[in-house]
Design a protein around this ligand. Structure first.
Ligand code: FAD
Ligand code: FES
Ligand code: FES
Length: 477
């Protein structure tokens, strides 16, 4: 089979056209080139820094259509037609942005490596409407500011002064400061030499039929938010050198209720799950889970479909989907099929997806009166891979547990349902004795390993304790 090539198929290809700080630019580069490289190497905008290249440090943060993202994890094909704002675009009319002035006043800069990224994360927060605006709204809390910059590392000043600067800017308590001339950096001219970085090409199909045909043709790797795929590339993990960019497939978007189920497009991001009213109404546990994934930059880009396809035993959404009895709808040239989440993860980092199939959507049956509890234990508050992640779903019937689901991640080679533990709770009252039996059953049932993040013993102990606490909290004793 050959890939479609006719003009009617309208694949998005280079040159990619978008705006940077209000100026239109064209990038005639492979679509898999990182936005960070386009900014720094092709356009000469070196304000955004490369620290880790893996989404951990936030030094490369820029705004994409107003949302903060790590530019080291964004392929340029996904910037087509969009608006990029970098630190060079903050100062306008010869004046520093109030947040830049505030960070100077608060003494929030030492070596300056983290500063551009901090400014962009802070600016996104101030523009989000969640930061309050003096004098009418309450000032943002410390916790809200710290959450906004949780994806940005600073090894020098400590975070206190940076938090203070964001608060000063939110409250409008900043003097105006003129911007030094050097900050008005022009975009590089058209004669700038483009470097060959060996970037993958990318194709951006507009319809599922085009996507299926390209996938069936082979040699292409689907790409959603890129927060796993681009990290792997930076880390040198071998893979296809051609991306099948899913960003223009409307069929993968959207959250809706249909025929008694919540339907989530595979390209739904964690940020969308956090703010969507249907999620709040029908499956608020998904919003709770999403708030624990990475930090703002990852939540704005990472998708549910990407988490499922990566199939990491530590993937945070996977125990939740198992506990909710989710079904995963996949599609390809041979048509669509629906698979229960419980049989979607057959082995370590493997899925039931065929090489020529895409994850299209996730179907979650709506169950009246269902309660779902979610707990994630990581090594730190943000950007932490789970040490143990657990989701428990149940209904009460005459004071007894019914339809119990206990699902975990990071305790076995795949995300699992703990069936023996479910049986220990099913039909039982939520007493202290039942909680103890269930916790002991769980600790015995899981098969965790020692690794860099934790030990098997700790994981067994903590999984049992979390479950014990969930039973206790549910019963209120
Ligand atoms: C700093 C950092 C922090 C992170 N923190 C967390 C965390 O706390 N919890 C957590 O669970 N994960 C975390 N992750 C991992 C990652 O963000 C998630 O797994 C995310 O959901 C991946 O989604 P994506 O859209 O970015 O996937 P991509 O990187 O685009 O794709 C990942 C894989 O899925 C495939 N794929 C994507 N979409 C589809 C589809 N529709 N059909 C078929 N295949 C598809 C791709 O081919 C690729 O193999 C973190 C990553 C980083 C870099
Ligand atoms: S360089 Fe560290 S997050 Fe991009
Ligand atoms: S000022 Fe040096 S890393 Fe933050």
């Amino acid at each position: 089979m050959t890939a479609p090539t006719s003009a009617s198929q309208k694949l998005v290809t280079a040159p990619f056209r978008f705006t940077v700080n209000g100026q239109p630019v064209e990038a005639a580069v492979p679509g898999g080139r990182r936005l960070l490289d386009v900014l720094r190497l092709d356009l000469g905008l070196t304000g955004s820094k490369e620290g880790c290249g893996e989404g951990e440090c936030g030094a490369c943060s820029v705004l994409l259509d107003g949302e903060v993202v790590d530019s080291c994890l964004v392929p340029v094909c996904q910037v087509e037609g969009r608006e990029v704002r970098t630190v060079e675009g903050l100062a306008t009319g010869g004046r520093l942005d109030p947040l830049q002035a505030a960070i100077v006043e608060a003494g929030g800069v030492q070596c300056g490596i983290c500063t551009p990224g901090m400014l962009m994360a802070g600016r996104a927060f101030l523009d989000s409407g969640n930061a309050g605006a003096a004098p009418t709204s309450a000032a943002p809390t410390d916790a809200a500011i710290r959450e906004a910059i949780a994806g940005n590392l600073c090894r020098c000043t400590g975070y206190g002064r940076i938090v203070e600067a964001i608060r000063l800017a939110a409250e409008g308590r900043v003097s105006t400061m003129s911007a030094p001339d050097a900050m008005a950096v022009p975009l590089a001219g058209a004669d700038r030499r483009l470097l060959d970085l060996g970037d993958p090409e990318a194709e951006t199909p507009r319809t599922l039929a085009e996507a299926y045909a390209l996938l069936a043709d082979g040699g292409r790797r689907p790409l959603a938010g890129g927060t796993d795929a681009l990290v792997e590339r930076t880390a040198g993990v071998p893979g296809a050198d051609r991306y099948l960019d899913l960003a223009a497939l409307d069929a993968l978007l959207g959250i809706r209720v249909l025929d008694g189920a919540l339907i989530l497009g595979a390209a739904t991001t964690y940020a969308e799950l956090r703010r969507d009213p249907l999620i709040a109404e029908h499956a608020s546990v998904l919003a709770e889970m999403s708030a624990e994934v990475g930090a703002a930059q990852i939540q704005n880009r990472g998708t549910l479909g990407g988490n499922i396809a990566t199939a990491s035993p530590a993937g945070d959404s996977l125990p939740v989907l198992l506990a909710l009895d989710a079904e995963i709808v996949v599609g390809g040239v041979r048509g669509e099929r629906t698979l229960p989440a419980a049989s979607f993860f057959p082995a370590y980092r493997r899925t039931a997806l065929a090489a020529d199939e895409l994850i299209l959507r996730i179907r979650i049956p709506l169950v009246p009166d269902r309660t779902v509890a979610f707990r994630k234990v990581g090594t730190r508050r943000a950007q932490a891979i789970s040490v143990v992640v657990l989701a428990v779903a149940w209904r009460w019937q005459n004071g007894l547990w019914r339809d119990v689901r206990v699902a975990l991640g990071s305790v076995a080679p795949t995300p699992i349902r703990a069936r023996a533990t479910e049986a220990a709770l099913e039909g039982m009252p939520p007493t202290a004795r039942v909680a103890a039996v269930a916790a002991a059953t769980l600790a015995a049932e899981i098969t965790p390993i020692d690794d860099v993040r934790s030990t098997a013993v700790y994981r067994r102990t903590v999984a049992g304790r979390i479950l014990h606490r969930i039973v206790r909290d549910a019963a209120g004793w």
